[in-house]
Every structure is written in structure tokens, then in C-alpha cells.
Design a protein around this ligand. Structure first.
Ligand code: NAD
Length: 485
């Protein structure tokens, strides 16, 4: 029995739920069974307009408050999220199909961390004083105005909070459009922030597919766009935002390398590869899907990995014993199956998984290919599913060159006991987020984001403040004003 996941209404605008069924329907399907669990409707132009109007008005009220007051509301929202963690986690599982075992510790909790962290920073955001020996300059750190957030479907609560928390801490208002695959969770974030004291209109959620996102991006009232999505969408959104010279943050796709040297702790390296390929059924942007294993330990690595894969419990993600859920959608399952077929056709050796268990739902087993070469499709393109490509290498220089031979640059990892080599490798990686003897951790205290085609800007940490605010320079003359004539 799936718990009721029907939202109060499709949208959250100006502090309240809003329904308007004239927009095209968006079905919410439970990925484990194919059942329809809820339906929302795309926002009409009038609704998008009202959300942007509400945000514009609320931003002025919000920016006039002190940082301490703003921070208090964000931290209160964090507390409410934590109190409701179980209900929010169940909703996240229904929205995405990710195991409840995961969502209980990774989604609302991570969203709450962001609200707490940026709530804590809000009161200490300042400009600076620059002495010029008489005259002086001071800078004011000011909000950008109305921010548009557009989300992917893999972490609907976290993505909404990772954008809203720094945006609001800096004094902006936000209009967020969730992915059409997972429209439910962001509504809860808006409801909670409003309950915590955010003025009506400060956070607005509008549903829709790409066209609704495109409408938001080009609106003249919008100062900044933050997208989490694929590279093709990122190109379109960045180009549209550039037309209005809007600020952008782009959190896009990846095909990240994970390099395992023969001196690594093998169990840790296998754990890193599992975390970096099979968490959230592989639907994680920073996944280390190209696993380079030094030749001397290749067979030992594959044997240990095969052994550990027996621990995967595939099934209904609402069952807390399950640790491996379905793909978010039938469409995503088809994409993954196509890549697995390509891997086989191009000569990679399938060493684990590859099959869809019998029964309903978008399930596919955790899949491992060995003997993968750099030019194979499964080693070049982002699959966004549980497909690990294992490649082997001889030398450090070779591993680094091959790791960087990609247009993406989101993340990279290295497992080795040699600390000099570890630091040499991360210095050489062309990636925004690197790991040594770990993989895929994303604490709010640390910057997160990509290089090359994987993105622009950084989320989380103090670095995010620069992407959600700007400095105004004020020159103060203290003497007589000289002029040429
Ligand atoms: P997607 O690019 O298909 O969609 C992302 C969002 O953009 C959706 O909300 C969609 O409706 C919207 N959109 C589509 N076209 C648009 C347009 N023209 N204008 C404005 N908005 C538009 O991505 P997805 O399939 O939802 O998510 C998977 C992708 O997201 C993967 O590539 C993954 O790597 C990436 N991702 C990146 C990060 C990160 O932090 N770097 C995190 C999660 C996911």
C-alpha cells in the first residue's frame, strides 16, 4: 500500500497552494510499481506571471530585514524539516523511487543542512571598508533580486534547498520549477519555509516541463538562473540567460573517473566504486562511472566487487531493507538498457547484472562491465544509471591523461595509500570536485560544482554566496573635489 502522496495543489505561489487545471497534466508514477500516485498540472503563463510578481514584491520585504532575522527563519525551517524527516523521506521515495533506507539520511536531512548552514551565514554577510588615506570605499553585499531555480529529478528536495537556502540567505526571492518527473517534494520545502515565517511570495513553486522553465529563464524580472540538469539543457538555458546577461549557476552532467592504484585498500576502493555507481541506482551526477583499476589488482578488484554485489537488495524502495531501487521512469530505464546493449555490442565484458528483474517497475540490476576501452560509448557518454565501466591502466601518467580525456569535469576520485601520488592526481584532475580515498560525499560546508561542460559556478559553502549576491562599490570623497576646469 503506497502512502497518500497527493499534494494539496499543483503549485505554491505567494504563500499558498494554488490549483489551476488548465495546464497540461503531469502524472506522478511510483517507479517501483508503475502506479499513478498523484497528478499535477503545468503552470499557465498567467500562473508563471503571478509567481514572478509575488517573488518581486516579497524580495523587497525580505531584503529589508536584517540578516539575523532572515537566518532565524531559515534555521527554523531546517528544524521543521528534521522533525518531519520520515514523512518527507517517504514522499521523496514515492517521487523518485530511491530506497527509503537512503532518503531517510540523504535528502530532507541534506536540505535541512543547507537551510541551517546558510541560515547561520546570513547575519555575517558583509561588504568591506577600503581605506584610501582620506577618501575611502565601502562595498555593500546586495541580493541579485529574483532567482529562478530549475531542478533535475534525482534529488528533488535537496536541489530545491541547495538553491533556495543560499538565495534566500543573501536576500533574494526564488521561483523554483521542479523536474516534471518529480514535482512533489519542492512543494513541501515551500510550505515549510512559509510555516517558518518566510513572507508570502518569497519561495514559489511552479510545475511544468521545459517550456515553463524556458519562460522563467527569459523573463525580465529574473536576475539569476540556477539549473541542475543535463548538458544539452544547460547549453539552452545558459544561452537564453545570456540574452538578458543574467547570472547563472549550471550544475550539469558528468562522466567522472575513479582511479584505483594497486596500493589502495581494496575494500575501501570497492566501497568507493559502489557508492560512486550504485547509490540512488546510479542516478547521481558526480558518479565515478569510469573506474580505472591498475592492472595488478584488476581481477582481485572484480572478484571483491562481485562478492559485494550479492549484498544488493532490490525491491520496493519503501521497504527499509531494500538498498537498491528502480530507475525514476520507464524512459530512463530504456536509456540505461540501450547503453547496456551498446556496451555488449562494442565488446565490453559484462561481469555482473545487466538484467531487469521480473515484475512491474523500472528495475535494472547493478551492472558492471570490464575490459572497457576509452572509445566505447559506455566510457564516453553519461548513462545516469547503475552501469559501471571498469578500465585498466599501467602508469600514473597514463591514468591521469585518460581520466581527463573527456568533455565533462564534474568530479574525480583516487584511491591510493601514497599521499604524494594522491595529491599529484587531484592537482592534475580537470574536475570541480575531487576525492581522495572516498567518493561522492557532498557536505554543505564544501563547494560543489563542475569544470568544463559539467558546469559554471559552485553550490554550497561560502562560495555560493558569491553566486547569489553582488557587490556595490561606494566611493566616499572626504575632501575638496578637483576638476580640470
Ligand atoms: P534535464 O536537463 O532533462 O532537465 C533538467 C530540468 O530542466 C528539468 O526541470 C526540465 O524540465 C528543465 N528544462 C528542460 N528544458 C528546458 C529549457 N529549454 N529551459 C528551461 N528549463 C528546461 O535533466 P534531468 O534528466 O532532469 O536530470 C538528469 C541530468 O541532470 C543528468 O545529466 C545529471 O548529471 C544532471 N544532474 C546534475 C547535478 C549536478 O549537481 N551537477 C545534479 C543532479 C543531476
Amino acid at each position: 500500500m503506497i502512502p497518500n502522496a497527493k499534494p494539496t495543489a499543483s503549485h505554491f505561489i505567494n504563500g499558498a497552494y494554488v490549483e489551476d487545471k488548465t495546464g497540461a497534466p503531469i502524472d506522478v508514477i511510483y517507479a517501483a510499481t508503475g502506479e499513478l500516485v498523484a497528478q499535477v498540472h503545468e503552470a499557465t503563463e498567467a500562473l508563471v506571471d503571478s509567481a514572478l510578481d509575488a517573488a518581486t514584491a516579497a524580495q523587497k520585504i525580505w531584503a529589508a530585514m536584517t540578516g539575523t532575522e532572515r537566518g532565524r527563519i531559515l534555521r527554523r525551517a531546517a528544524d521543521i524539516m528534521r522533525e518531519r524527516n520520515r514523512d518527507l523521506s517517504v514522499l521523496e521515495t514515492i517521487d523518485t523511487g530511491k530506497p527509503l533506507q537512503e532518503t531517510l539520511v540523504a535528502d530532507a536531512t541534506s536540505g535541512a543542512d543547507a537551510l541551517e548552514y546558510f541560515g547561520g551565514l546570513a547575519a555575517s554577510l558583509t561588504g568591506e571598508h577600503i581605506d584610501l588615506g582620506g577618501d575611502f570605499v565601502y562595498t555593500r553585499r546586495e541580493p541579485l533580486g529574483v532567482v529562478v531555480g530549475i531542478g533535475a529529478w534525482n534529488y528533488p528536495t535537496q536541489i530545491c534547498c541547495w538553491k533556495a537556502a543560499p538565495a534566500l540567505a543573501c536576500g533574494n526571492a526564488i521561483v523554483f520549477k521542479p523536474s516534471e518527473e518529480t514535482p512533489l517534494c519542492a512543494l513541501q520545502v515551500a510550505e515549510i519555509l512559509t510555516e517558518a515565517g518566510a513572507p508570502a511570495g518569497l519561495i514559489n513553486i511552479v510545475q511544468g516541463r521545459g517550456a515553463v522553465g524556458a519562460k522563467l529563464v527569459t523573463d525580465a524580472r529574473v536576475a539569476k538562473v540556477s539549473l541542475t540538469g543535463s548538458v544539452p539543457t544547460g547549453r539552452k538555458v545558459a544561452a537564453a540567460a545570456a540574452e538578458g546577461l543574467k547570472h547563472v549557476t549550471m550544475e550539469l552532467g558528468g562522466k567522472s573517473p575513479l582511479v584505483i592504484f594497486d596500493d589502495a585498500d581494496l575494500d575501501d576502493a570497492v566501497s568507493g566504486a559502489i557508492n560512486g555507481n550504485f547509490y540512488s541506482s546510479g542516478q547521481v551526477c558526480s558518479n565515478g562511472t569510469r573506474v580505472f583499476v591498475q592492472k595488478g589488482i584488476k581481477e582481485a578488484f572484480l572478484t571483491r566487487l562481485a562478492d559485494r554485489l550479492k549484498g544488493a537488495v532490490i525491491g520496493d524502495p519503501l521497504d527499509e531493507n531494500v538498498n537498491f531501487g528502480p530507475m525514476v521512469s520507464a524512459r530512463q530505464l530504456d536509456i540505461v538498457k540501450t547503453y547496456i546493449a551498446k556496451g555488449q555490442a562494442e565488446g565490453a565484458r559484462l561481469v555482473a547484472g545487466g538484467n531487469c528483474p521480473d515484475g512491474a517497475g523500472n528495475f535494472i540490476e547493478p551492472t558492471v562491465f570490464a575490459d572497457v576501452s576509452d572509445d566505447m560509448t559506455i566510457a564516453r557518454e553519461e548513462i545516469f544509471g547503475p552501469v559501471m565501466a571498469v578500465l585498466d591502466f599501467d602508469t600514473e601518467a597514463e591514468a591521469l591523461a585518460r581520466a581527463n580525456d573527456t568533455e565533462f569535469g564534474l568530479a574525480a576520485g583516487v584511491f591510493t595509500r601514497d599521499i604524494h601520488r594522491a595529491h599529484r592526481m587531484v592537482a592534475g584532475f580537470e574536475a570541480g570536485t575531487c576525492y581522495i580515498n572516498s567518493y561522492n560525499d557532498a557536505p554543505v560546508e564544501a563547494p560543489f560544482g563542475g569544470s568544463k561542460l559539467s558546469g559554471i559556478g559552485r553550490e554550497n559553502s561560502k562560495a555560493a554566496i558569491n553566486h547569489y549576491s553582488e557587490l556595490k562599490t561606494v566611493y566616499v570623497g572626504m575632501g575638496k573635489v578637483e576638476a580640470a576646469f
